[in-house]
Design a binder for this molecule. Structure first.
Ligand SMILES: [Zn+2]
Length: 390
């Protein structure tokens, strides 16, 4: 007897390449059966997911969920289970001097699985720009914070923005790498400086400092110090970083996603490994919307549904070194499942420059199952709910 049966949907699991009509039986918080035509009588509760895609629980690699700690931090469950997302990675909202607030008040109360990066700036994103001088970086305290919260912490975050990075250049990245090397964790680097303080050289030097497992986020940023030279060519260091095993993440955010940069980068043969939101309270109500909306934006850019699910499930699980437990639907695993609907329409996606891209498909979350428990979906950030703007 299963606790829950998701019946009548199309299983879409890029990790195994499966895309077919299959039911999923859940019991004891785990996936117990994946089969065609499981009888309703075999489950205590049956939810019809006819007309929907059943995918591994979505993972958002770049979020800001320090609700109540930073000004823009969104509630983790708003970014997470109420949006069809099972796991969120907080990208450095907390630094060594503030991370205990995340660990004590945010992570344990969330229904969503919350993992986090500790910011190399001591107060995280409580006060931005967070790196104003060298004094804002405390490497030993960062190492101590990672060690104290090791079960939730994936590594270190740095943003290549602001006067501190302008003055320190790649030395700031070097200091962040010290903290990851000492703790055996990974570095996530934000590129793209809206204030144009940071030089392109700092980004190029950073690309030589990152190593296998590190993550470069905002792949499609149009801001200064992005990945494109003055002729719109991708720097050769990007290819070298890719060959070295660095993950490229196309986090959106409000200020770091342009269709122009996306087109140039895609046309030169580069594709991001992961799609993420960089969601904040204001981002949720403006450019970003939700993870499923950012996925829809990628459909409009020419990616397939299977691509965008891969880039928010197994690719993201690999990016954080958790592919043994997350990112795939497999028997015996914790039942983290997203149920999504693909809707036809005339949609318009905006970017950070105010440019528009039309699309004909919108992805909508229908249900989240987190550790076997079905969770309702919120109404959604748009006037019309979850679908992108018409
Ligand atoms: Zn961010």
């Amino acid at each position: 007897m299963y606790d829950l049966l998701l019946k009548g949907g199309t299983l879409l699991d890029p990790a195994s390449g499966v895309q077919q009509a299959l039911d999923v039986g859940v019991g004891g918080g785990k996936v117990q059966a994946i089969a065609s035509n499981i009888a309703p009588s075999e489950a205590a509760r049956v939810i019809s997911v006819r007309g929907c895609y059943v995918t591994p629980g979505l993972i958002d690699l770049h979020t800001h969920v320090a609700a109540g700690i930073t000004q823009n931090g969104v509630d983790p469950d708003i970014a997470g289970v109420y949006s069809g997302v099972c796991t969120v990675v907080d990208a450095g909202s907390g630094g060594s001097h503030t991370f205990s607030g995340m660990a004590r008040y945010v992570i344990p109360q969330a229904k969503t699985r919350v993992l986090a990066m500790v910011h190399i700036g001591r107060t995280g994103l409580a006060h931005m720009p967070e790196l104003r001088t060298r004094e804002d970086i405390d490497v030993p305290a960062t190492i101590a914070a990672i060690q104290a919260h090791r079960s939730n912490v994936l590594g270190v975050k740095i943003r290549l923005v602001g006067p501190g990075v302008r003055d320190m250049g790649a030395e700031a990245v070097h200091l962040a790498k010290q903290a990851t090397t000492e703790t055996g964790t990974r570095l996530m680097v934000h590129i793209g400086d809206p204030d144009s303080l940071v030089s392109a050289d700092t980004t190029r030097q950073m690309l030589r400092l990152v190593q296998r497992g590190d993550i470069v986020t905002h792949f499609f940023t149009g801001n200064t110090a992005n990945l494109l030279d003055s002729n719109g060519r991708v720097y050769p260091e990007v290819r070298e970083a890719l060959d070295a095993g660095v993950t490229l993440d196309a986090a959106s955010g409000r200020m770091n996603f342009t269709f122009d940069a996306a087109r140039r980068i895609l046309d030169q043969g580069f594709r991001p490994h992961c799609i993420s939101t960089d969601i904040t309270i204001p981002g949720r109500h403006t450019l970003v919307g939700s993870l499923t909306e950012v996925m829809s934006r990628f459909l409009a850019l020419g990616f397939s549904l299977e691509d965008v699910v891969r880039m928010t499930t197994i690719n993201t699980a690999k990016a954080i070194g958790m592919e043994a437990s997350l990112g795939a639907l497999a028997l015996g695993r914790e039942a983290d499942i997203s149920v999504l609907k693909l809707v036809d329409g005339d949609f318009a996606f905006s970017d950070s420059n105010g440019a528009t891209l039309k699309g004909q498909k919108g992805i909508m979350p229908v249900l989240t199952v987190r550790a076997g428990l079905p969770m309702p979906i919120d109404f959604g950030p748009r006037p019309n709910g979850w679908l992108p703007a018409a």
